[in-house]
Design a protein around this ligand. Structure first.
Ligand code: NAD
Length: 474
């Protein structure tokens, strides 16, 4: 533990470049002019920039690992798995598919409009603003940037200011290697983000809390800017009486305590059928111990800052602690903590936890479990551990959430063929893989009509013949 503290204290002073309102306005204007010059449209240009971006990450992987470790103790292994790997995957998919994605997409033409062709033309939106969250600073900042680039936009990235070194290294790598008219990082906190939001964009892609999501949406409204909001919520997990508890709990515990529970997709609380609760509790503790999610573990991710540490710590009711509860404020570490006999009135059930506290709530009937979930805002994710086909079907059709897993948790985000996004209070819009391209594009709908034939159907005249034809086509 001491080693970790020493290394953490050694965190370097990082230099950040701040921008005035005027400089931000100039940057946006320059990007808009560049976009209007059509320079970002050619596929060759997009490929060249994406490959340059990939090479940059590859060349500087070690520095990226070091920065995130200095910021909040995230290990090289976790960084590679949850930040760098998904970023490479996104880049590879974009590089491999961009030629296909930019093609016109044929759709059928109805009888009324014949003879004609109909198709969609993907069109970049223009100047994008991407605002990242802190908990997966590379993944959540750079993955949307790939989407913006492959779709042919210019991009301004504002990473979260909380992990200062990761923000700094993204700014340095990008700003030293890309033309600011095309791609640029503006660092900073609330004042800088507010200044950025005062400008007009064609796309704003925001990852963060629902509270700030509302601020972003409001800032976009005067310009009717297209907005994607990747937000959070209270993600439920259910364990039914017939679930494979050993496998299910193993997967659930990993996903809950990854990044010390600071994961938007993590199961927030678990609803367990009363008949299997004691077995589930036992297995949760077994898995926590096996994974060495202990405060002494050198690689256990720290809580991002003191404000969040205090918030998470205050959610632990000592009377309900089944396992864990140890913490160290100076080192910003909270041990994985399991709370038992939790009720909906408890503090831990009022808001998204975003930390390593796992409340276990008992249920009797599956309807009761569904009702509890539906008493909250629509969450970002929902998980069901069950072998009951009927319950699975009901879960999928009756319970609203952004994305989810059956007998798995969190890993849906690692399948780029599945879109990632929330619903209602957990967000709007979706991305990853081809969905990222679509997110940052407008699909221009075109009817391309032949000239060798002209029907008089739509023209004035209103004859019985016209009426009969329209009826036939209706
Ligand atoms: P946050 O909303 O506090 O901050 C996100 C970004 O907004 C940061 O870049 C920050 O600088 C900026 N910001 C903060 N306050 C602002 C203000 N008043 N005006 C303008 N900009 C402001 O979120 P966070 O603490 O970075 O992340 C935690 C939240 O994000 C959780 O709710 C979590 O569930 C959610 N999240 C969602 C996803 C997802 O992909 N859906 C991923 C990670 C985190």
């Amino acid at each position: 533990m001491e080693t970790l503290v020493k290394e953490v204290e050694a965190t370097k002073e990082v230099e950040t470049t701040y921008y005035s309102e005027q400089e931000i306005q100039d940057l946006v204007n320059d990007q808009r002019a560049y976009f209007k010059s059509n320079s970002t449209l050619p596929v060759e240009f997009r490929l060249e920039q994406l490959k340059k971006f990939r090479d940059l990450i590859q060349t500087h992987e070690d520095e990226l690992h070091e920065a995130i470790y200095n910021d909040f103790g995230k290990s090289k292994h976790d960084n590679q798995l949850t930040e760098i790997f998904p970023l490479y995957e996104e880049l590879e998919i974009a590089i491999k598919n961009v030629r296909k994605w930019v093609q016109h997409r044929k759709v059928k033409t109805n009888l009324l409009n014949q003879p004609a062709k109909s198709y969609l033309v993907p069109e970049p939106l223009g100047v994008s603003l991407v605002i990242g969250a802190w908990n997966f600073p590379y993944n959540l900042s750079l993955t949307p940037v790939v989407g913006s680039m492959v779709a042919g936009n210019t991009t301004i990235l504002k990473p979260s200011e909380l992990p200062a070194e990761t923000s700094r290294i993204m700014a340095r790598l990008i700003n030293e290697n890309f033309d600011p008219k095309y791609l640029h990082v503006v660092e900073g906190g609330i004042p800088e983000t507010t200044a950025l939001l005062n400008q007009r964009y064609d796309k704003i892609f925001f990852t963060g809390s629902p509270q700030v999501g509302k601020i972003v949406n409001k800032a976009a409204a005067p310009h009717l800017t297209s907005v994607t909001l990747e937000l959070g919520g209270k993600n439920p997990a259910i364990i039914t009486e017939d679930a494979n508890i050993e496998v299910g709990v193993k997967r659930m515990v990993w996903s809950k305590f990854l990044n010390s529970g600071q994961l938007c997709l993590a199961p927030d609380y678990v609803l367990v059928h009363k008949s299997v609760k004691s077995k589930v509790l036992e297995r949760i503790v077994h898995e926590i111990k096996k994974n060495d999610f202990s405060v002494e573990n050198h690689n256990f991710v720290r809580i991002i800052n003191e404000r969040n540490f205090d918030r998470v710590a205050s959610l632990i009711d000592p009377e309900k602690v089944y396992y864990g509860g140890k913490m160290n404020r100076e080192e910003r570490v909270i041990e994985p903590t399991v709370l038992n006999n939790v009720t909906l009135d408890d503090a831990v059930m009022q808001d998204e936890i975003f930390g390593p506290i796992f409340p276990v709530v008992e249920y009797d009937t599956i309807d009761e479990a569904f009702d509890i979930i539906k008493s909250f805002e629509k969450p970002l994710a929902g998980y069901l551990f069950s072998n009951d086909e009927n319950v699975k079907e009901r879960f999928l059709s009756e319970v609203p959430f952004g994305s989810g897993g059956i007998n798995e948790a969190v890993m849906q985000v690692n399948n780029p063929n599945l879109p990632f996004g929330g619903v209602g209070n957990s967000g709007m819009g979706r991305y990853h893989g081809k969905y990222s391209f679509e997110n940052f594009s407008h699909m221009k709908a075109i009817l391309d009509k032949a000239t060798f034939f002209e029907s008089d159907l739509k023209y004035y005249g209103h004859s019985d013949r016209q009426m009969n034809l329209i009826k036939k086509l209706s």
